[in-house]
Design a protein around this ligand. Sequence first.
Ligand code: HAM
Length: 445
Amino acid sequence: MSSTKKPKKAPIQLVKGMKDILPLEADFWSFIKERVFLMARDYGFQYIDTPIVEATALFKRAVGEETDAVSKEMYSFVDQGGDKLSLRPENTAGVVRAYIEHGMLSLPQPVKLFYFAPQFRHEKPQAGRYRQFWQFGFEVLGETDPVVDAQLISMSYFILKELGLNTEVQINSIGDDACRPKYIKVLSQYFKDNKKDLCADCQKRLVKNPLRLLDCKVKKCQEIAQNAPQTVDYLCDVCNKDFTAVLEYLDEMDIKYVLNPKIVRGLDYYTKTAWELVELDEEGKLQALGGGGRYDALVENLGGRNTPAAGFACGVERIISKMREHKVELPAAFRPDIYIAQLGTEARKKSLRLMQELREAGLSVAEDISKTGLKNQLELADKRKAKYALILGQKEIVDGTILIRDMENGVQETVDYKKIVKEIQKRLNIHVVEKVLRGHSIRNK
Ligand code: HAM
């Protein structure tokens, strides 16, 4: 019989601009997530997870139809039911929608929320710029006091510091509805006077979104922007007072900042304080690892009551790439308390139950239950840096015992099987066991 050879199928590849999160980076992801959740707990923020897909109208209204994120980069589609939907390009709009929709306005204010979630922007792929990327973000809704801005800036700065990154805080105030129109008028006039030298995009922005001319990346436009009028010179009394207060709080906390009149942020909802956390990238250009600001008009703009708010978000992929570039060392890898090695069918069955008992007692247990040889299993226990190995073979099953091996010095002892949990707890000096978020246990010793 002649065997017909099946044609080899071409592999289907990762979508352009997307990124797989591979085991090589997994420890970074866990570490960042852990630090973010701990910071949220310490500062009293509660977790929120809104859908990846929202009505396109939400982003058009919140982020702004003329922004790059909405007009050029949004993944939009009409679903089978005819609804116009988009993958979220950022998370603040969704959080504010949820705040209004679930009546969080009636909760004690401010409401403090945080997220750790993927975002989507169809940007030109390049280093540190992906089409799916993750952000963690913190939002405070229902508080007007500029101390909140200062605290959010300090949180954004210190979380990056805890992750081993020394960033620069660049800050600006872009005013509010009372003072910004006047500034925009002066700014537009300035750029109109230089119109012929602006890039094609900026010539369009001049009509639709003149603020964005300040952060155009084209060299000639940057040169013109260098001498443009600055927002801080046009702030009304309230915005001026609040901005001064934010800077004073930062001084009080010893957080260094650079006043950068070009920080206008790429999203339309901002008012007053705007900031970015920047680092030099491989080509010596500044790259933002995070950014945020006040958005006092957004809740009302999305149909809620007039509610002040502020927040920030940081990009996880960019943070990991910087951590790797700076060779940030993660804390010592997690060490299991116990490794269970088993030999023979009966021992394997019994060890399945034993693992559960040990876990219920709050101990961390490692195993390779499908393996058979003892030498092999002890090598794996060593590789995982387990503190103790428990060895269960045919002899121990018959005798009702178990072998406990101290993995540091190799000393082995036979123990009554029924007493093993207590024996391990005694050796690890554990009195109280408390299960926490982190996936393993914290003990009071
Ligand atoms: P954003 O400045 O657009 O702000 O994004 C925050 C951070 O997300 C950036 O600083 C960057 O680290 C990361 N990021 C943005 N785009 C990409 C990309 N294509 N690839 C990789 N990382 C990226 C916001 O999104 C606002 N929602 C922040 C905010 C929260 N403002 C108030 N509350």
